[in-house]
Ligand binder design. Structure first.
Ligand SMILES: CC(C)(COP(=O)(O)OP(=O)(O)OC[C@H]1O[C@@H](n2cnc3c(N)ncnc32)[C@H](O)[C@@H]1OP(=O)(O)O)[C@@H](O)C(=O)NCCC(=O)NCCS
Length: 186
């Protein structure tokens, strides 16, 4: 597990200091009985909710405004997380566009008895910065510093285009589906 989260700089509204490092959030959650399914595993929806909260904090650290989730990328649950384990979620903004920000996340499970940590899922969530009326407002640009951050920053453009393409395809499919339902009278 990376330890770059140990030296997150303080929150800043200074646009010259809007680094990826300044957006880092590490959140810990203990898996309780109310979070699990009948097998004693963490429910996927609960993990998505915790990831949403963690990444929203990261986005707000960047833009210093309210944000709303606009999209959640593919999430795979490769390894079950058990009752009594700790979920450690790490989030950071990879790139800011006009009003939207992409946030990268890793979710780890930690066994408190053995100290073992395993990576359970990764994803990207996208947030839009909004004003008091819920309308999009511009966000500051982010400064990628390391080679890794710079590479991820470049790739964020392609991921954004893919999301917008899927969104358009979904809208078209919904329109077609709605037309067929109306034609069928349901
Ligand atoms: C987010 C919201 C304010 C955007 O309003 P809008 O009129 O659609 O605004 P736009 O079309 O200008 O899109 C705003 C930004 O979102 C981005 N966006 C739109 N759809 C997207 C998608 N599927 N994936 C990623 N980004 C997307 C746009 O590219 C734009 O980014 P940019 O300003 O950086 O270029 C509005 O859609 C909303 O309120 N959605 C509900 C949010 C919510 O309730 N979230 C919780 C869900 S339970």
């Amino acid at each position: 597990m990376t330890n770059r989260f140990n030296d997150t700089p303080p929150i800043t509204t200074d646009s010259d200091k809007k680094t990826v490092a300044a957006t880092r959030v590490r959140m810990n959650e203990l898996v309780m009985p109310n979070d699990t399914n009948p097998l004693g595993n963490l429910m996927g929806g609960r993990l998505l909710q915790w990831m949403d909260i963690c990444s929203a904090i990261s986005a707000q650290r960047h833009c210093n405004r309210n944000v709303v989730t606009i999209s959640v990328d593919n999430v795979e649950f490769k390894s079950a997380i058990r009752l009594g384990e700790v979920v450690v979620i790490e989030a950071e903004v990879t790139r800011a566009f006009t009003s939207s920000m992409e946030v990268a996340m890793e979710a780890w499970a930690e066994n408190l008895r053995t100290g073992e940590r395993r990576l359970c899922t990764t994803s990207f969530y996208t947030f839009v910065s909004v004003d008091a009326d819920g309308r999009p407002v511009p966000v500051p640009q982010i400064i990628p510093e390391t080679d890794f951050e710079k590479e991820r920053y470049e790739h964020a453009k392609d991921r954004r285009e893919m999301r917008l393409k899927i969104s358009r395809q979904n809208e078209e499919a919904q329109k077609r589906h709605g037309t067929r339902r109306r034609e069928a009278g349901s």
